[in-house]
Design a protein around this ligand. Structure first.
Ligand SMILES: *Cc1c(COP(=O)(O)O)cnc(C)c1O
Length: 403
């Protein structure tokens, strides 16, 4: 198939329009290659990538550590089924347990699956230890995935409305409001589930003591405290896991995105006393498969050995300071949100789409997280000079808008 470089839509994009279910409005770029924080499209154009595979490519594109782990494991053992012991998943579980407050691990293939597992685990716990309590309190503006149960957990109308009736047993309350959680806790409640920072909801940072108060409430009521760290985990906000910045330990934690730096993997972790699944009660054909676990093990080892979370904190602060300076120059910027390398730039108006397209034209990939906000989630290995370059492009885009 010939590739056109001049027309707005290339042949691949036309073919996609014919073949794909219309679940997404893609940007008019066909990406064919990536290296570090750069990607290239089908016409050879280079972009600085501050979307990072949607907060996934923690080590950037095609990092040699990931590539060689994949290549080696691909020649050794790719899939074996969980009927048998395999080594990479055990090594990865060990590394996760050694470096977190959790004791046990279950591997799956995505964030939604990890949360689905967390929901099932909390319900099992409720049946066994809380007189059959099954309700889970979650928050408006959250995002927990696209399966029916995780959509019910996701407190956003636009994800729920098309699929009503949804599975029962979820109560959505306002985020960053501990009293709202207290008000809906009943004898039916088995758990509270939140993100340390709401990612898809717009990069919403709660009060510093929100998670601490939630932990205390869960302890007082004997219910489970679940943290969805699918976006905040694996160094993204400047610590290996988000909970470490808030002085709390969850009973259950879910991971995905940055854990594999591009290979599809999710993980469900829990404390020993919460590990109540019996054999046969949960499972996955591909979950924990040797290929993805070998890659993920290499990623996590690299992140820990090189203390990337500390680098994220430093470079993230630099990024935030630069954004602050930029914000002071343009009236239509209303604020900056986030921590580490999960940052958002908010506008007074719904101009994010227009800004995303203008950035694209100047070679910078950013995400429109809300109609009035951009989100930045570059690879954790992004440098200050990459950030300077991105800020330079943003400034030009904003100046052009003023003219
Ligand atoms: C992305 C995300 C999910 C869903 O992960 P998928 O891999 O897309 O299923 C769940 N929770 C949070 C906080 C996320 O950011």
């Amino acid at each position: 198939m010939g590739l056109q470089s001049d027309s707005n839509m290339d042949d691949w994009q036309e073919l996609e329009q014919k073949l794909f279910m219309r679940t997404v409005n893609r940007l008019p770029v066909t990406l064919v290659q990536g290296q570090g924080v750069r990607v290239w499209d089908s016409s050879g154009r280079e972009y600085l990538d501050f979307v990072g595979g949607w907060g996934v490519n923690s080590l950037g594109h095609c990092h040699p550590v990931v590539v060689s782990a994949l290549a080696k494991q691909a020649q050794t053992l790719i899939q074996a089924s969980n009927q048998f012991y395999t080594i990479p998943q055990i090594q990865l579980a060990q590394l996760l347990v050694d470096n977190s407050c959790l004791d046990r691990v279950f591997f799956c293939n995505s964030g939604a699956e990890a949360n689905e597992g967390a929901i099932k685990l909390a319900r099992r716990y409720g049946k066994l230890h809380l007189n059959g309590a099954y309700e889970i309190i979650t928050t408006y503006g959250s995002f927990h995935g696209r399966t029916l149960a995780t959509v019910a957990a996701t407190g956003q109308d636009r994800f729920q409305q098309p699929y009503i009736p949804l599975p029962d047993g979820f109560v959505n309350v306002n985020y960053d409001d501990i009293d709202a959680i207290k008000a809906v806790t009943t004898s039916r409640t088995c758990a509270v589930m939140v993100e340390p920072i709401q990612g898809e909801g717009g990069v919403n940072v709660p009060a510093d003591d929100y998670l601490k108060q939630m932990r205390a409430w869960c302890d007082a009521k004997g219910i489970l405290f679940i943290l969805d760290e699918i976006q905040t985990g694996i160094g993204r906000i400047g610590s290996l896991f988000g909970y470490q910045q808030y002085g709390v330990e969850p009973d259950i934690m879910t991971l995905a995105k940055g854990l594999g730096s591009g290979v599809p993997i999710g993980a469900l972790l829990c404390k020993e006393r919460v590990s109540v699944f019996a054999p046969g009660e949960h499972g996955s054909t591909y979950g924990g498969n040797p290929l993805v676990c070998a890659a993920s093990l290499a990623v996590l080892k690299f992140i820990i050995d090189n203390d990337l979370p500390a680098k994220v904190e430093e470079v993230g602060q630099y990024f935030k300071d630069r954004l602050q300076k930029l914000a002071s120059k343009f009236e239509f910027i209303s604020g900056i949100r986030g921590r580490g390398l999960l940052l958002a730039l908010a506008f007074n108006d719904d101009i994010a789409e227009e800004i995303v397209l203008a950035c694209l034209n100047r070679g910078l990939l950013v995400n429109r997280v809300k109609p009035d906000a951009l989100r930045f989630m570059p690879p954790l290995v992004v440098t200050k000079s990459d950030i300077d370059e991105a800020l330079g492009i943003l400034e030009k885009v904003f100046q052009q808008r003023m003219r």
